[in-house]
Write a protein that binds this ligand. Structure first.
Ligand code: ATP
Ligand code: MG
Length: 487
């Protein structure tokens, strides 16, 4: 076996252990990723040294958790290599609660350590010193066949720690592997054990599933295997709920497809969540309309926002994520007929959803559209809408942009407020539009003094010129926005 490309930071720690007379093996995800020729996310070492012995070898360490993991701090600038985690060989006792072992024993053997690992692809060990691979569970074979298979009896393993079932689905989505038959059957049998797992751990795996490139398959698979009802039960209410004539899919499939589009576009987890939930209020609001001869879903976005909030709270998502996702669901039905929509309607929408979320709302609309099976992503009306949002968001060109205001002018003039103040401000605006560098307090204050010496009629004329210049500049900016969106 040729030696694999391992970063020197990792080798330093492995050598440190070996030179002190211990064994050091890389294990878990990093070995799997190396075999797959992928860049590992982190590097885990396992050893027959105890936590105390590990700490004695290296100058800077910290003792991480009850699993005996010691963080060895190195000199790397790369954050993924700054701390190398070293865990003593572990053996786990019985599991009586489907969550965590009743006891953990250190310093047993590598064989015992590999046995307690979740999947065969994660249970290969590699010893950098010798280049030896220890693969006692057929990990290489399963990597070759692209299979996720439990180490040992899958039923027992899932009963020990039910989160492994979600890890199986997540890994299968991350790696593009299938779940091996017997493992999949055990998953189906034991799905309800997920109830015993903390919502935080479920959420973390759920997020990792959403963040893969193929969350659609993973969510369908979770549903088929019976896990989804312990993750987000509300989504399942959409199964078999037919929609109106504009839709080819039931509510559930529509949601999952919309979410997949957000993943295809590499949009944020929050948009993926919003897409996955945006029509979750449809089953509850579906009514038959004799008049339309079709189903209606009035108010589904209001009900949907409520369900989304409850579901994401249940999963202990951070408040800022919940708040944005709920807003997006609540306002996803915005009206966007370019012939009828007004700028003030667009402004209202921006106020509703928040300026910082308006582009996400438009992205959600794209997901919604693609999720119905309609192909075109940015038809004319959509570009028009974007252009209106840009227009609504920009600060209009006005005397308010000046570094001096009316009150300052009055103070400098030592006069009473009157039309001269407005003329002066507009004269200043014309200069600033011509040369934005002049928009400083110092320059404009001097300029006010000069202008204040002018006769009313001459000043008025300058003011009128300024107003015209403002209108022209406004017109030009709006034209640029429209050109940008080809509308
Ligand atoms: P990645 O780092 O790419 O997310 P990983 O496989 O390294 O994937 P980690 O969560 O970092 O996943 O776990 C490291 C290793 O610890 C795994 O490869 C696996 O061998 C083992 N492991 C993690 N969680 C469990 C679990 N719940 N049950 C059994 N073994 C586990
Ligand atoms: Mg890892």
């Amino acid at each position: 076996m040729t030696k694999l490309a391992i970063p020197k930071e990792v080798l330093i720690v492995a050598d440190g252990l070996e030179n002190a007379g211990f064994e050091a093996y890389l294990v878990g995800g990093c070995v799997r990723d190396i075999v797959l020729e992928k860049k590992p996310k982190d590097w885990d070492l396992t050893t027959n040294a105890t936590p105390e012995e590990i700490q004695k070898i290296f100058p800077e360490t910290f003792y991480e958790n009850t699993y005996g993991t010691v963080g060895v701090v190195g000199e790397s600038e790369d954050p993924t290599l700054k701390v190398i985690e070293v865990t003593p060989y572990r053996k786990e006792g019985t599991y009586s609660d489907a969550r965590r072992p009743d006891m953990v024993e250190f310093g047993v053997s590598l064989e015992e350590d590999l046995k307690r690992r979740d999947f065969t692809v994660n249970a290969i060990a590699y010893r950098p010193k010798t280049g030896e691979m220890v693969d006692l569970h057929g990990g290489h074979e399963d990597i070759k066949n692209r299979l996720i298979r439990a180490v040992g009896n899958p039923n027992t393993r899932f009963q020990e720690d039910a989160l492994r079932m979600m890890r199986a689905v997540r890994l299968s989505a991350e790696l593009g592997f299938a779940i091996e038959q017997e493992t999949a059957e055990a998953l189906h049998t034991n799905a309800s054990q997920l109830e015993k797992i903390s919502k935080e751990r479920i959420r973390d795996e759920f997020v990792r599933i959403l963040e893969t490139a193929t969350p659609m398959q993973a969510i369908f698979l979770s549903q088929k295997l019976g896990l989804l009802k312990y993750i987000a039960p509300d989504l399942e209410l959409g199964i078999g709920i037919g929609q109106n004539q504009a839709h080819s899919f039931d509510v559930f499939e529509h949601l999952v497809r919309a979410m997949q589009h957000a993943a295809d576009k590499e949009w944020t987890t929050t948009i993926r969540l919003a897409a996955l939930f945006h029509d979750v209020g449809k089953p509850e609001t579906r009514r038959w309309s004799d008049e339309k001869k079709d189903w209606t879903f009035h108010g589904h976005e209001v009900i949907g926002a409520r369900i989304t909030k409850k579901a994401l709270r249940e999963l202990k998502f951070p408040n800022e994520v919940i708040e944005i996702a709920v807003k997006l669901v609540r306002w996803h039905m915005f009206f966007s007929d370019p012939d009828k929509i007004t700028l003030s309607a667009v402004r209202r929408m921006i106020v509703n959803v928040g300026q910082e979320n308006i582009w996400d709302l438009l992205n959600l609309r794209i997901c919604d559209r693609i999720g119905t099976g309609r192909p075109k992503e940015q038809p004319f009306r959509f570009r028009k809408y974007k252009s209106m949002v840009d227009e609504a968001l920009r600060d209009p060109i006005s005397v308010a942009m000046l570094a001096v205001d009316g009150e300052m002018v009055i103070k400098i003039l030592g006069e009473k407020p009157g039309p001269r103040v407005g003329w002066i401000l507009h004269a200043l605006l014309e200069e600033v539009l011509e040369d934005p560098k002049k928009n400083t307090k110092e320059y404009l204050e001097e300029k006010v003094k000069v202008l204040s010496l002018m006769e009313d009629s001459a000043l008025k004329e300058m003011g009128e010129e300024g107003k015209k210049a403002r209108e022209k500049a406004e017109e030009k900016e709006l034209e640029e926005i429209r050109a940008k969106y080809h509308v």
